[in-house]
Design a protein around this ligand. Structure first.
Ligand SMILES: Cc1ncc(C[n+]2csc(CCOP(=O)(O)OP(=O)(O)O)c2C)c(N)n1
Ligand SMILES: CC(=O)[C@@H](O)[C@H](O)COP(=O)(O)O
Ligand SMILES: [Mg+2]
Length: 658
């Protein structure tokens, strides 16, 4: 213990936190003085750094909101007042202050705290998040519910505050504007705090981001006096006369309307989001305001604030692995094969070198999708559209109508937000938009919110989509080439998070595959394992296990879920007693497509024992990817066990590996 928590030079051991130790829940600090709250903030920052150094996680965003977190919880009556954090990746200080400090070092680990907000985790998390830009909508819903309940006989009168904290990056999404458009037209009291740190995961993009920068630079931080004066103009009742006099002084300074004011919000700011001297009185005034209009408080913060290595890093420590607190050096995984993301990125660059019509689109995830490397090579052919998945898809569709070859590089989970755009704008018009779905399957520490579980099902039901899944890195390169070459309609290829197997050489440029044709890797007679995607290695291992038990196995890689290789599927069904499909996806995916086909061929009417292995129909919580896959049973041992059970030969055979 005992190294004092000095910002920028944090303690190696757990920091001394005498005041923070007294805060088990936010109400414990509501009678603290401003100076005491400053000390709480300092200790909270040190505790956050120390905890994340042991767990890894989204540190930068959390460090940027330490003072804001303390101020909101000190001023508002949470959890009675509803506090909604957009995305939820910045809530580690919030978790520490709201009864979860004793578990903060379990963050993002199996059985531990989630890295995001979660209703089931705490009453202080009134709305779960992880996908961005939902907070204003959810907050408005809560505010309107509060207003409506006043008229319901028997409902207790409720005047709770609703506060939504949204980042400047999240403010680039359509949902935020849809919500503001709605909120601005209603007289429901809602406080939106715009946490402007001039960062998304990457530097923020777009006209709104430029507008916010102009807003900040054209309006230096208001002095406390000016701020109180501005508030006095709008909310005179709770303010003192002195503040009203100051209003006259400030009146001339503060006349320009902001976009937010034009949308019906009362705009306050910009203010220094690291100054409790500013945050506390402003928040108190907003809390006590009797006016019904929605309010937007614009606070300016710094991502990574108060930890030198974070402040100095390009991504402000958005997401870090475990690290050395003194040096900031992050733990590196031992050198291994390249990630699927990297293979995708290189394969796309190779295709784009050969075809100037290839362009790439990302929705605020250039590094996560590997498009940062593509952007370096082809800056004019790369489009970061902000957190705007719906727009990304229709923007790509527009380019495709003009003969360009757009690749939308996107996480499987985030494409969920653009489903109608995929159906209505792309597929119905047979536009050759290529979807590169990264993070397909379970993703580890981000948990259920980020799992790429549904894309096979939600794309598989759209007519004429071409769907592929890469079994390994070389296959991924081939599939990128196949997408690039296919111009007749939309294509999607999926690949998992993390490293590949390193078992096959990756070609400098992929070979175009025949559409709708799978491949057989091993021929056998009793059991057919038909894999779709990167569980192929587990199938091969399962086949080895079964072979050791005297059972002969065919292992095939479907490559395509649509169009299905019907010849291959029928052959496997006819020639084997047991057929098992394996995919890293939900119910309703590849196995269903195969089953549908076999059923209509009458191939399920005879003796075939068909077993579709998919992710179980539950949300799989955060854990290591290995543990997650063991939990869901998509492992060689379980595949082998299912084969044996289906054959009904279990008793006669050697036991299956546990
Ligand atoms: C719909 C959606 N798309 C993409 C992401 C990935 N993502 C997580 S945080 C983030 C940046 C958010 O920036 P901002 O709101 O400014 O928060 P900051 O990290 O700067 O505090 C992005 C793009 C997401 N969570 N949800
Ligand atoms: C908060 C968020 O949505 C992202 O930061 C996400 O955690 C990235 O995950 P990857 O590490 O898989 O890129
Ligand atoms: Mg930001």
């Amino acid at each position: 213990m005992a190294n004092p928590p000095v910002p920028g030079t944090p303690p190696v051991t757990a920091p001394a936190t005498p005041l923070l130790d007294r805060v088990r829940v936010p109400s414990d600090m509501r009678n603290f003085s401003a100076d005491q709250l400053k000390q709480v903030a300092e200790e909270l920052r040190a505790e956050t750094i120390h905890a994340v150094s042991q767990t890894g996680g989204h540190l930068g965003a959390s460090l940027g909101v330490v003072e804001l977190t303390v101020a909101i919880h000190a001023v508002f009556d949470t959890p009675r007042d509803r506090l909604i954090w957009d995305v939820g990746h910045q809530t580690y200080p919030h978790k520490i202050l709201t009864g979860r400090r004793d578990r903060i070092r379990t963050l993002r680990q199996g059985g531990g705290l989630s890295g995001f907000t979660r209703r089931s985790e705490s009453e202080y998390d009134p709305f779960g998040a992880a996908h961005s830009s939902t907070s204003i909508s959810a907050g408005l819903g809560m505010a309107v519910a509060r207003d409506l309940k006043r008229a319901i006989p028997g409902e207790p009168h409720d005047d709770r505050n609703v506060i939504a904290v949204i980042g400047d990056g999240a403010m680039s999404a359509g949902m935020a504007y849809e919500a503001m458009n709605n909120a601005g037209a209603m007289r429901s009291r809602l406080i939106v705090v715009l946490n402007d740190n001039d960062m998304s995961i990457a530097p923020p993009v777009g006209a709104m981001s430029a507008y916010l920068s102009r807003l900040i630079s054209s309006r230096p931080f208001l002095s406390l006096r000016e701020m109180m004066a501005k508030l006095a103009r709008r909310f005179p009742a709770p303010l003192e006369r002195a503040a009203r006099r100051a209003d006259e002084y400030a009146r001339g300074l503060l006349t320009g309307g902001t976009l937010f004011e034009e949308m019906g919000f009362y705009y306050v700011g910009p203010i220094d989001g690291h100054s409790l001297d500013h945050l506390l009185p402003v928040l108190r005034n907003l809390r006590d305001a009797e006016d019904g209009a929605p309010i937007l408080l614009h606070v300016v913060t710094q991502k990574g604030k108060g930890y030198a290595p974070a402040e100095a890093s390009a991504d402000k420590y958005h997401a870090v692995s475990k690290f050395n607190v003194v040096t900031g050096t992050q733990a590196k995984a031992p050198p291994g094969p390249p990630t699927y993301t990297k293979v995708f990125s290189q394969a796309l660059i190779a295709e784009a070198e050969a075809d100037p019509r290839i362009v790439a689109v990302t929705a605020a995830m250039p590094s996560g999708t590997g498009l940062d490397a593509f952007q370096k090579r082809f800056p004019k052919r790369t489009f970061d559209v902000g957190i705007a998945e719906q727009h990304a898809v229709t923007f790509a569709a527009g380019m495709a109508t003009e003969g360009m070859k757009p690749f939308v590089a996107i996480y499987s989970t985030f494409l969920q937000r653009a489903y109608d755009q995929v159906v209505h704008d792309v597929a119905l018009q047979k536009l050759p938009v290529r979807f590169a779905l990264d993070r397909a399957g379970l993703v580890g520490a981000d948990g259920a919110t980020h799992a790429g579980a549904y894309d096979i099902a939600y794309l598989g039901c759209i007519p004429e989509m071409v769907l592929m899944a890469a079994a390994d890195e070389a296959e991924l390169a081939h599939m990128v080439a196949t997408c690039a070459a296919f111009d007749e309609g939309p294509t999607a290829l999926r690949f998992p998070r993390g490293e590949g197997f390193g078992l096959v050489p990756v070609p400098a440029r992929g070979t175009v595959l025949e559409i709708g044709r799978g491949r057989i890797l091993r021929e056998g007679s009793s059991v057919a394992l038909l894999s779709y995607g990167a569980r192929l290695q587990e199938c091969l291992k399962a086949a080895d296990e079964l072979a050791a038990r005297g059972l002969s196995c065919t292992v095939a890689d479907a490559r395509f879920a649509k169009p299905l290789d019907t010849k291959l599927v029928e052959q496997l069904a006819r020639d084997h007693a047991v057929m098992i499909t394996i995919e890293e996806g939900s119910v309703g995916g590849f196995g269903s497509l195969v089953m549908q086909h076999l059923a209509w061929q009458g191939l399920l009417d005879g003796g075939l024992k068909f077993r579709p292995m998919v992710l179980p129909d539950v949300f799989t919580d955060h854990d290591s990817p290995k543990a997650q896959y063991e939990q869901v049973g998509l492992s060689a041992a379980t595949i082998a066990a299912h084969a044996v059970a289906a054959l009904g030969a279990g008793d006669a055979l050697k036991p299956v590996r546990a």
